[in-house]
Design a protein around this ligand. Structure first.
Ligand code: XIL
Length: 354
């Protein structure tokens, strides 16, 4: 009897997760109503979020970040478009806002991202015809940024080296000018600027497209064999409403197969395409969030670099920016709702981490 009572008390106190059927599928999803503490309090590994410097002035936002996360990534402030002026000068004013917030509150800082095919700054376009000058400027950019934020726990050195399904490489102006060497060169310059930071190769759709995951891992293996200081693999994990929760475990295991730290780097769960029944969509989102959390937590401890959501509250998400809002209004892709309250997806993550 005592043992049963103890178990009952543990269950009630553990996180106060009441189960509530809340959708036509009668899928019981954890209720967020009584989840205790911040997300990071439930995780034996760092829990991160992409933050926006423009929101740091809001009264509630900084407190929300500090409650739930112990690592932060700049949503855009550390990208080349925000740092590099047309004449090659550096403007660190926005990036410093994020780095200073991390330092003031004892949060880990994760640098995103040094080299991304999406960025074609005028300064580098102007150097395209002079490979050696381009390569010098390329190395200098990486050295300047990484050394300024020395102490960052890691960097997405190269972001999205493949197209959406992994059928093609995407190197942008970097590959056009430097060829395949753009990747090793970036990692070597970053390593020279900060011997401690974990250096990541980061990409998306690695869960939904096994062929892309294999291509990504083949590239990573080739870099390791060539002695490139690749220290970790970032999987953005922007999941779709119909991503199969059962696919996350195999995906994470395969991503962990090289033995490198894995950063679940940009997690969100769009409801786009999930139909008009938001309650049902949010119930499925909770299941997917729980499966993702469980898959990540199943990695060996040394490989669980961080579990990072791409934004703090639903309304902060990049999926609520005008372009995406026009396609699908009022998306709810994150773990905290517009008011910063834990959602069922939050409770499912906490439950998965037990
Ligand atoms: C997005 C930011 O969230 C937006 O604010 C910005 O306008 C565009 O970039 N994958 C990435 C991130 O690696 O850098 C992107 O971030 C989202 C997709």
């Amino acid at each position: 009897m005592t043992q049963e009572l103890g178990a009952t008390r543990r269950m009630v106190l553990a996180g106060g997760l009441a189960l509530a059927a809340c959708s036509r599928e009668a899928e019981a999803v954890p209720s967020a109503a009584a989840v205790q503490g911040g997300l990071k309090d439930h995780a034996p590994f760092p829990v991160g979020a992409a933050i926006r410097s423009d929101l740091l002035a809001e009264p509630a936002y900084p407190a929300l970040v500090r409650t739930h996360f112990d690592q932060i990534t700049a949503d855009w402030e550390m990208k080349m478009e925000a740092v590099l002026e047309e004449d090659g000068a550096f403007d660190f004013s926005r990036a410093d806002l994020v780095a200073d917030f991390a330092r003031s509150h004892g949060l880990r800082l994760f640098g995103h991202t040094l080299i991304w095919n999406e960025q074609r700054p005028a300064f580098f376009e102007a150097l395209k015809d002079n490979r050696s000058a381009f390569a010098r400027a390329y190395g200098r950019y990486i050295a300047e940024v990484v050394s300024r934020y020395r102490g960052a726990r890691g960097w997405d050195v190269v972001n999205e080296p493949f197209n959406w399904n992994g059928s093609e490489r995407r190197g942008g102006i970097w590959a056009e000018t430097l060829g395949e060497a753009y990747i090793p060169l970036a990692f070597e310059r970053a390593r020279a600027a900060d011997p401690e930071a974990v250096l990541f190769l980061n990409d998306y759709n690695l869960e939904q497209f096994p062929a892309k995951r294999r291509a990504f891992l083949n590239l990573a293996e080739g870099l390791l064999k060539a002695g490139v200081p690749l220290g970790g693999l970032g999987t953005q994990t922007h999941l779709n409403h119909d991503t199969d929760p059962g696919s996350l475990g195999p995906a994470m295991r395969e991503l962990g197969s090289l033995g490198l730290p894995v950063h679940l780097s940009e997690l969100d769960f769009t409801l786009k395409g999930a139909g008009r029944d938001r309650m049902a969509a949010l119930a499925l989102q909770a299941r997917l969030a729980g499966a993702t959390a469980e898959a990540f937590a199943s990695l060996p401890e040394a490989q669980r670099f961080a579990f990072t959501t791409w934004g703090v509250r639903d309304k902060d998400s990049w999926l609520r920016q005008p372009e995406q809002e026009a396609e699908f209004p009022n998306d709810q892709p994150l773990l905290l709702d517009d008011a910063g309250r834990p959602k069922s997806a939050f409770a499912a993550v906490v439950e998965a981490w037990g």
